[in-house]
Write a protein that binds this ligand. Structure first.
Ligand code: TPP
Length: 378
């Protein structure tokens, strides 16, 4: 990866989770879908692409995202965020119609959970009550720090006692009873999962209210725990949401310390984490950032809106210079559009930055790259 570049931090965060999943689930028939798909490298290594891994993101090499034409284990081709639960629900309903028995799992990050489609799918799944497992991979980060009310809710859930710790404490107490030992320790497990569940209910967990069995939060790097819990989850009926806590960049100091930079990184030196400087002059993103700041200085009605792409679209400096005129709406482009158009109706000048360039029906559009656009309206 140091030679090819890629989504290092997100991938390092799910190595244990991927290994545990593929220990428990039967990949010959079960379906695992990765949201965005930018954390599928361990998946690729474990599903037959180890030898070609050096060709990652190279011409005629393997893709940095799941691709249906690349492997039968890449069930759903992705790239944009917040789609995995909807896709998994489709697989689950098709299974129900066929009366077959495969398990379906969607793995989604806390950032991607801020997207409307993910919430629509949870809403739908909670009503359909079909067997479906959603693993919420919560590293508190989107590309930069996650934003929004759901992120605040997740931070409250992180305050719950960790799944393992509660269970261990009770096991120790019961094992030390005169009649303790293995038989009783199973009972203890049952009791304590109940306790965790009870505490979860008191916290008002939104997923429980929506019809999911919520399990967590738990250490997403504790592989033995994950294997134990996933083997139980396989047999729970209805929709389950497993909340795992992970660290972006896990195991590589430079990526752990600067997960934003290592979210998507160019080729780098493993020793010091330094990226070689290209001599290709200014990038489109840098040109966009400079232009936007210049215009922001000239016109205080100008605002910038981004869907969790502060860094990728070069808005970081604008956000620092004009904090009151910068909005990160989370991965919620569709939410930003009506809000954005209302600004226009209020005859406010505004800027927008999104992974896909919006079309302008009025006003001036300065099109700077495929990922950024800026528009003013008078
Ligand atoms: C619809 C859409 N908007 C924005 C992006 C850009 N993007 C790619 S990954 C990412 C952050 C994803 O965060 P999370 O789901 O928490 O995964 P993590 O990287 O933290 O593992 C964003 C905003 C995208 N892929 N799709």
């Amino acid at each position: 990866m140091a030679k090819t570049g890629g989504h290092l931090a997100s991938n390092l965060g799910v190595v244990e989770l991927t290994t545990a999943l593929y220990t428990i689930y039967d990949l010959a028939k079960d379906i695992v879908i990765w949201d965005v798909g930018h954390q599928c490298y361990a998946h690729k290594l474990l599903t037959g692409r180890h030898e070609r891994f050096g060709t990652l993101r190279q011409f005629e090499g393997i893709s940095g995202f799941p691709r249906r034409d690349e492997s039968p284990y890449d069930h759903f081709g992705t790239g944009h965020a917040s789609t995995a639960i909807s896709a998994a629900l489709g697989f689950a309903k098709a299974r129900d119609l066929r009366s077959s028995t495969e398990r379906v799992v969607a793995v989604i990050g806390d950032g991607s959970l801020s997207g409307g489609m993910a919430l629509e799918a949870l809403n739908n799944a909670g009503q359909l009550k079909t067997d479906l497992t959603v693993i919420l991979n919560d590293n508190e980060m989107s590309i930069s720090r996650n934003v929004g009310a759901m992120a605040t809710h997740l931070s409250k859930l992180r305050m719950l006692p960790l799944y393992r710790r509660v269970e261990n404490k009770a096991k120790t107490v019961i094992e030390n009873l005169p009649m303790g030992g293995k038989t009783l320790s199973r009972t203890a497990e049952g009791i304590l999962h109940g306790v965790t569940h009870l505490m979860a209910a008191q916290t008002g967990i939104i997923f429980e209210e929506m019809g999911f069995t919520y399990l967590g939060p738990m250490d997403g790097h504790d592989i033995d725990l994950l294997i134990e819990v996933l083997s139980n989850v396989r047999s729970i009926e209805g929709p389950v949401l497993l909340h795992v806590l992970t660290t972006k960049g896990k195991g590589y100091e430079h990526a752990e310390n600067n997960a934003r930079f290592f979210h998507g990184v160019a080729p780098f030196q493993v020793k010091n984490g330094q990226v070689e400087k290209s001599d290709g002059g200014i990038t489109f993103t840098e040109a966009f950032a400079d232009a936007l700041i210049e215009l922001g200085e000239q016109d205080d009605r100008l605002v910038a809106i981004t869907a969790a792409m502060r860094d990728g679209t070069g808005l970081q400096e604008f956000a620092e210079r004009f904090p009151g005129r910068f909005y990160d709406v989370g991965i919620a482009e569709q939410n930003s559009m009506p809000s954005h158009s209302q600004r226009a109706l209020q005859r406010r000048a505004r800027g927008r930055s999104s992974p896909s360039t919006p079309r302008s029906s009025s006003g001036r559009t300065i099109r700077l790259s495929t990922t950024c656009a800026f528009r003013t309206c008078r």
